[in-house]
Design a protein around this ligand. Structure first.
Ligand code: XMP
Length: 326
C-alpha cells in the first residue's frame, strides 16, 4: 500500500544507485517541488548535494528566509545563496511590458545560476567525484502532458536550467517523476520539510515582478510584499488556504486615486485581490471569499501600507481573465 515512508525508502534507494559517488547540484526556488526533490536527494546522498538559491528579490515576505534558514535547519543541505537582488532591479529598470519582464527575469536567472553552478563545480567537485547531476522537481503530470499546460509550460521555460553552456553538461535526477502533487506534499512532510513550504500555493517564477503593473522598483516591491503578506495572513487565519488555489495581490503602480486617510487627503495606489479557485490553473473561478475576511484584509492593508488607499476585488473567471494580471 502507498505510504509516504515506503515511497521515501524506494526513492532514496533509486537515487543512491543512480548518482553513486558523484556530486549533485540543485536549484532551489522556494517552491514545493524543488524543495521536496532536494530534501529527498539530501536524505539519499547527504553532503554530495549542493543547493543553489538565487535570491532575485521578487519573492514574497519571509520566503527567502524560509529557504535560507528553515529549510536548511530542517534538512541540513549545503546551500549556496546568491544575492542577485540589485542585479535584477537594474535589469528591470524602466521595463513595463509583461513579456519583456518575463524574458529579462528568465535570462538573468539562467545567467546567475550558470555562474553559481560553475562555482559549485569548481569548489565542490573533484576529478574522482565531479558534479555530474542536476536535480529537477519534475512531477508525473509534467511528464505526461509535457508542453500541455499553459502554466506548466511557463514554469518550465522559467526554471529551465537545461540550457546550460557546453562546459556544464549535467545529467538529470528527477526523483518526483512518478508522483502527483498531493503525494509530493506527503513525501515532503515525511522528510520534515517545513509546512510553510510543503503547503505553499503556486507562485510564478517571475514572482512579484509580474504583479506590479508598471515598472518594478525596490519601493514598489516593498509595498506589494507587505500588502501580499497581510492578505495571505488573513486568508490563512480564516482557514481558506485549501479552498483557494492562490490569491495574487496586484499593485496598480501607475494608477492613483484620491482617498482620505488619517488627517488628510491622499493620492495613493490601488491593490487588487485576485483570489481564485481552480483544479489545475488552466481554468479558474473567482473565489467567493467571505465579506468579513475581505473587509479585514482591506482595512489592514489601507491602515498598514502607506501609499495604498484602495483595495479592489477581481471578480473575473479564467477564461477570459488569466490568473495573473501580466
Ligand atoms: P495564468 O496567469 O496564465 O497563470 O492564468 C496560470 C498559473 O501559472 C502561474 N504563472 C506562472 N508560473 N512562470 C511561472 O512559473 C510564469 O511566467 C507564470 N505566469 C503565470 C500562475 O501563478 C498560475 O498559477
Amino acid at each position: 500500500s502507498w505510504t509516504a515512508s515506503n515511497v521515501v525508502e524506494d526513492l532514496v534507494e533509486t537515487i543512491r544507485e543512480q548518482v553513486g559517488q558523484d556530486r549533485v547540484l540543485c536549484a532551489l526556488s522556494g517552491g514545493v517541488d524543488s524543495s521536496v526533490a532536494a530534501a529527498l536527494v539530501q536524505k539519499a546522498v547527504g553532503d554530495q548535494l549542493t543547493c543553489v538559491f538565487v535570491d532575485h528579490g521578487l519573492l514574497r515576505e519571509g520566503e527567502a528566509e524560509q529557504v535560507e534558514k528553515d529549510f536548511v535547519e530542517a534538512t541540513g543541505v549545503d546551500l549556496v545563496v546568491v544575492d542577485a537582488r540589485e542585479r535584477f532591479l537594474t535589469a528591470l529598470a524602466g521595463v513595463t511590458d509583461p513579456e519583456t519582464k518575463r524574458k529579462i527575469i528568465g535570462e538573468q536567472f539562467i545567467r546567475v545560476f550558470e555562474q553559481a553552478a560553475r562555482d559549485v563545480v569548481h569548489d565542490r567537485g573533484d576529478v574522482e567525484h565531479p558534479v555530474k547531476w542536476l536535480v529537477q522537481g519534475t512531477l508525473y503530470p509534467d511528464v505526461v502532458e509535457s508542453g500541455g499546460g499553459e502554466g506548466a509550460a511557463n514554469i518550465k521555460s522559467h526554471h529551465n536550467v537545461g540550457g546550460l553552456p557546453d562546459d556544464l553538461q549535467f545529467q538529470l535526477v528527477e526523483p518526483l517523476r512518478t508522483l502527483f502533487k498531493d503525494e509530493v506534499r506527503q513525501v515532503g512532510l515525511e522528510l520534515g520539510v517545513p509546512e510553510v513550504i510543503v503547503w505553499r500555493q503556486p507562485f510564478p517564477g517571475p514572482g512579484l515582478g509580474i504583479r506590479i503593473i508598471g515598472e518594478v522598483t525596490a519601493d514598489r516591491l516593498a509595498l506589494l510584499r507587505r500588502a501580499d503578506a497581510i492578505a495571505r495572513e488573513e486568508l490563512t487565519k480564516a482557514g481558506l488556504d485549501r479552498d483557494i488555489w492562490q490569491c495574487p495581490v496586484v499593485l496598480l503602480a501607475d494608477v492613483r486615486s484620491v482617498g482620505v486617510q488619517g488627517d488628510g487627503r491622499t493620492y495613493g495606489h490601488p491593490v487588487v485581490l485576485r483570489p481564485v479557485a481552480s483544479e489545475d490553473a488552466m481554468t479558474a473561478d473567482w473565489a467567493r471569499v467571505p465579506y468579513d475576511v475581505l473587509a479585514t484584509i482591506s482595512t489592514r492593508i489601507t491602515n498598514e501600507v502607506e501609499e495604498v488607499n484602495r483595495v479592489v476585488l477581481d471578480v473575473t473567471s479564467k477564461p477570459p481573465g488569466t490568473i495573473e494580471w501580466e
